[in-house]
Design a protein around this ligand. Sequence first.
Ligand SMILES: Cc1ncc(C[n+]2csc(CCOP(=O)(O)OP(=O)(O)O)c2C)c(N)n1
Ligand SMILES: [Mg+2]
Length: 377
Amino acid sequence: MSDADAGATPDDDAVPDPMGDVYRVLGPDGEVRGEVPDLADDALLAVYRDMVTARRFDERAVSLQRQGRIGTYAAIEGQEASSVAATHALRRDDPVFYQYREHGAVIARGFPADYLAYWMGHESGTAGLADIDVFPLNIGIGAHLPHAVGAAMAFDYRDEDRVACAHFGDGATSEGDFHEALNFAGVFDAPSVFVCHNNGWAISVPREEQTASPTLAEKAEAYGFEGVRVDGMDPLAVYRVVNEAARKARGETDGDHRPTLIETVEYRFGAHTTADDPSAYRDDDAGEAWRAWDPIPRLEGFLRNEGIADDDAIEAVREEADDRVAAVIDEAEGVEADPADMFADVYAETPAELERQKEGLLAAIERHGRDAFLREE
Ligand SMILES: Cc1ncc(C[n+]2csc(CCOP(=O)(O)OP(=O)(O)O)c2C)c(N)n1
Ligand SMILES: [Mg+2]
């Protein structure tokens, strides 16, 4: 990536760097080491606000799960920068296809309460994401990548100036869908950006047992396009790299609409999900070296150093994040559960067999009462 190559990749201070060779803009204290993207103060503050909101959402969601108020939840702590900054680097109508952990993409697009409703088990939860051009959460690892490339190819055929951005983990690179999707993207110039969140683990499987390739970014070479390895805990580096990749996908850099594979190197501080216990497979202190690279204090340090935010501004962001998350929880908890919702939004036109099952359920609800079909609190 031409512009991105201008960034610094050194590490000449005392803080141990667990990431290896990555494109980077900010040092651990938010000091500038590379080329800062050309963003207005408001835009930089918006990235910070969305990252703080993502972390607050995480704290509250884990706590709600422990209280039995939501089902399983996949925490983002440590990985906020890559999905938030990547989404800010796109245009509003560029669709995002994500896996399940990249909540920052949804928060950066306005954070509808529907999102939490999904994690609470309401079918209506994913429907609201359509309004913000975010495709539904994808549990089948890698399965959303061919969809993203299909959307990108459709934009190309229809001559629409849009780019599809897909997020997935290091574990997804072992799936056939990953290879098929990237192969199509390379052959057919699909206007697409692939963001591979390398957090070092696929549940309990370490990155080294996932692939013999030294890096994930270099897999792009096999598909005939560029791969970039970036510090995924540096929001300004992620912004620059994704923005450059989106411009390239649009054909704005040299006329060719080329995809890019971006490996964001990062660490999940928490468990894989609320159903996981990482102490069973990794050292408690394995995350120590990564704490120094926590994306939130880093961007905060930058904003303070540059005079963009002071104590009051930082406090205001925290309060706004608390309020925003509290409002989302209130609204999501107000959603009325309707068991018949499970039949909605599966097909554009409900097939007869599914219609028959729905009628059967409605009749049973009529007979036994709604409460018989809802979990006891
Ligand atoms: C096709 C498929 N196989 C297996 C699983 C079980 N599974 C759920 S999460 C996961 C690990 C994914 O790791 P990664 O892509 O690195 O994402 P991360 O959880 O680290 O964000 C696996 C194997 C699944 N959901 N789908
Ligand atoms: Mg992973």
